[in-house]
Design a protein around this ligand. Structure first.
Ligand code: HDD
Length: 705
């Protein structure tokens, strides 16, 4: 990796200068010639040891048709390197996508913490963020129903701080000793090696049915939070309670929240299923396009929930319990800065795959609490990086290396290239120079929390209420969101083969909400079993609007995508106005045509297509426009893809702009007339109202009554 960001596919000036630049002559016609594009000049190819390569297309052979020679060191080294290209994928969060950016602090928080990123208004700290799904393997689909990882590495002047969070503020388990069981249960079943990237199977629900502490998290994973529209539209959470510590050693409890500037948005389950087929890289592509193609870097604000021991003592739940939130209504968020993701990695493997997050990476001014899950994670992440990256020196890879001076007496080990210089490699020593020394003043000091107790394996009584916040979450949702939770449970449990497992899950639901239990039982066609007797009776907590996606929706179409189906004869004024209105709204058009070559407008202008009809189901877009001319309708409507496009746009509650002629296409899928989510676009003047309506994102009355 170079320090300078490189323009993709454009050689650096260095690599194209002088001796390095070679013209490749086409090889003689012996059957092994290559057809290099005319501008294929580039830097000279070498072996890993720097030896110039003369032929990269033919192995060394004895005679034209003779056997290969072992002496061909270029061939052997090339294959050897290729054979070792894979490293173990992450045991969880294997599928991910990342971007570089920066965190900008709004105001000094030096009264609360001495952590470097929070010292000065306007101060910028470089970052790298990786988003991920949890359950699926590296090659799985983006729109699995799953938790999303949201991990950010801050390259501070006092070392790296990793905030390794999720898009859900609670977790399944209270004790880290259960993590391997949770993950085993969620991933493919071991005998059959399926299902991939989904929790809709017996093992997962068997485990959950026996683990009531997971039920709050289950409400979140069955909600629309688990099928986000893209990374750009998700919240993020540090989950645990941390400590912020100021220069005087005073500690304040803190929970970290990321808030997307564009608001939250999710897809429907039916859309998720279709997107996974049509574009398994939907979330990756979205982030790539936002940064690389549109130059519209996504942003999040960092909000802190700050509280003291008094609040911790009087709060209804234990602040060390990761299965609980602190409602924003009780401790409001203080917005302290913004995260901007503005640069994609130069190389996915080097950066996104090799980035090694560790919850143990904190900097002076940030400290842990006794949350047992956090304490367990602090062991697991360091250990897993050794397994994945193969050396304790993984901190020297450019993506993991701190951007501040590093001095210590660590030495040797695989791939070391930073061992101490000189004679001193231990401490104390009497050499001069004698190497680095600890700094009691500025160095990391743990908060001096008094600790005592019996050495035992037990769960605190204060962790015992597993249902009240699950109920609070469910009751804080809109009716539509509640219906989606019920539908998700029906879908997932519908895939569970063993009736006793379904029954055991059902038996927990009345303690969350009787209505939910009834809906799920009815959807499954099962009787409600005898409810489980909770260890602690749930209480009714105040509804929290901050828990609902819909109640917090930001009314904007900015950063969203409209699929525009065009045909020959499309009206220029309508298409041009639509394009300019979308651009003014900060939204993105995708022109879809029956053939990728494009169409010719009424005025005779050739419009190239961005997508061909068959590759562009309407599930891929936030809203659609169907601008068919009367002459083109019969031909386009004959395409199955066009009819599915229309039918799904209706079924998914999309805002639809359409020509009068396009009514014939909708009529073919059983839709006569137009509801209030469908806009007639016959002239330029019809366009603005349609584009502003799209800020509502979905026309719910059509699909939810
Ligand atoms: Fe974890 C990866 C988030 C509990 C053990 N975890 C991992 C990643 C995220 C989280 C975002 C991917 C980081 C990346 O992009 O590389 N994990 C969480 C959250 C948790 C949580 C928010 C609960 C609050 N995790 C958790 C526990 C354990 C682990 C309780 C073990 C005791 N997690 C790991 C790991 C991983 C990991 C095995 C696998 C790959 C990696 O670390 O780098 O160490």
């Amino acid at each position: 990796m170079t320090d300078e960001p490189m323009n993709r596919n454009v050689p650096t000036s260095d690599s194209t200068s002088g001796m390095d630049r070679v013209e490749r002559p086409a090889q003689k016609g012996n059957g092994g010639e290559t057809h290099q594009p005319p501008d294929a000049a580039g830097p000279r190819m070498t072996t890993g040891h720097g030896v110039p390569v003369a032929d990269n297309q033919n192995t060394l052979r004895a005679g034209e048709r003779g056997p290969a020679l072992l002496e061909d060191f270029h061939f052997r080294e090339k294959i050897f390197h290729f054979d070792h290209e894979r490293i173990p994928e992450r045991v969880v969060h294997a599928r991910g996508y990342g971007a570089h950016g920066f965190f900008e602090c709004y105001e000094s928080l030096s009264d609360i913490t001495r952590a470097d990123p929070f010292q000065k208004a306007g101060q910028r700290t470089p970052t790298f963020t990786r988003f991920s799904t949890v359950v699926g393997n590296k090659g799985s689909v983006d729109l699995a129903r799953d938790v999303r990882g949201f991990a950010t590495k801050f390259y501070t002047q006092d070392g790296n701080w990793d905030l390794v969070g999720n898009n859900i503020p609670v977790f399944f388990i209270q004790d880290p000793i259960k993590f391997p069981d949770l993950v085993h249960a969620a991933k493919q079943e071991p005998d059959r090696a399926f299902p991939q990237a989904q929790t809709a199977h017996d093992n997962f629900w068997d485990f959950i049915s026996l683990m009531p502490e997971s039920l709050h998290m289950i409400m979140w994973t069955m909600s629309d939070r688990a099928i986000p529209r893209s990374f750009r539209f998700m919240e993020g959470f540090g989950v645990h309670t941390f400590r912020l510590v100021n220069a005087e050693g005073k500690s304040t409890f803190c929970k970290f929240h990321w808030r997307p500037k564009l608001g939250m948005q999710s897809v429907l389950w039916d859309e998720a299923l279709k997107i996974n087929g049509a574009d398994p890289d939907f979330h990756r592509r979205d982030l790539w396009e936002a940064i690389e193609v549109l130059g519209d870097p996504p942003e999040w604000e960092l909000g802190l929930q700050l509280f003291d021991d008094d609040f911790a003592d009087r709060f209804d739940f234990d602040i060390l319990d990761s299965t609980k939130i602190i409602p924003e209504e009780e401790v409001p968020l203080r917005m302290v800065g913004r995260l901007v993701l503005d640069r994609m990695p130069d190389n996915f493997f080097n950066e996104t795959e090799q980035v090694a997050f560790c919850t143990q990476n904190v900097v002076p001014g940030i400290d842990f609490t006794n949350d047992p899950l956090l304490q367990g994670r602090n062991f697991s992440y360091l250990d897993t990086q050794l397994k994945r990256l193969g050396s304790t020196n993984f901190t020297q890879l450019p993506i993991n290396a701190p951007r501040c001076p590093v001095h210590n007496f660590f030495q040797d080990g695989h791939m070391q290239h930073r061992g101490p210089k000189g004679r001193a490699n231990y401490e104390p020593n009497s050499w001069s120079p004698g190497g680095p020394r600890a700094d009691a003043e500025h160095g990391f000091r743990s908060f001096a929390e008094p600790v005592q107790g019996e050495k035992r394996r037990l769960r605190a009584e204060s962790f015992a209420d597993h249902y009240s916040q699950a109920r609070q979450f469910y009751r804080s949702q809109t009716a539509i969101e509640q219906r989606h939770i019920a539908d998700a449970l029906i879908f997932e449990l519908g895939k569970v083969e063993v009736p006793a497992i379904r029954e055991r899950v059902l038996a927990h639901l009345p303690s969350i909400d009787a209505g939910l239990a009834g809906l799920v039982a009815e959807g499954l066609g099962m009787d409600l079993p005898e409810p489980v007797e909770p260890a602690v009776q749930p209480v009714d907590l105040a509804v929290s609007d901050a828990l609902s996606i819909q109640k917090k929706q930001v009314p904007t179409f900015r950063g969203r995508k409209m699929g525009i189906v065009v045909s020959d004869g499309v009206e220029d004024a309508v298409l041009d106005t639509l394009m300019s209105e979308l651009s003014a709204a900060g939204a993105v058009p995708a022109i879809i045509a029956p053939r990728i070559g494009g169409v010719v407008t009424r005025a005779g202008v050739k419009v190239p297509a961005m997508l061909q009809m068959e590759a562009a189901p309407s599930a891929l877009f936030d809203a659609v426009a169907v601008l068919l001319s009367a002459e083109a309708v019969p031909k386009v409507a004959a395409l199955h893809a066009a009819r599915s496009f229309a039918a799904d746009a209706i079924a998914h509650g999309k805002f639809i702009g359409m020509t009068q002629a396009a009514s014939a296409l909708f009529a073919m899928v059983g839709v006569e007339g137009r509801d209030a989510g469908m806009f007639l676009l016959e002239g330029a003047g019809d366009v603005p109202a349609f584009v502003s309506a799209c800020a509502e994102l979905r026309y719910w009355p059509r699909i939810e009554g």
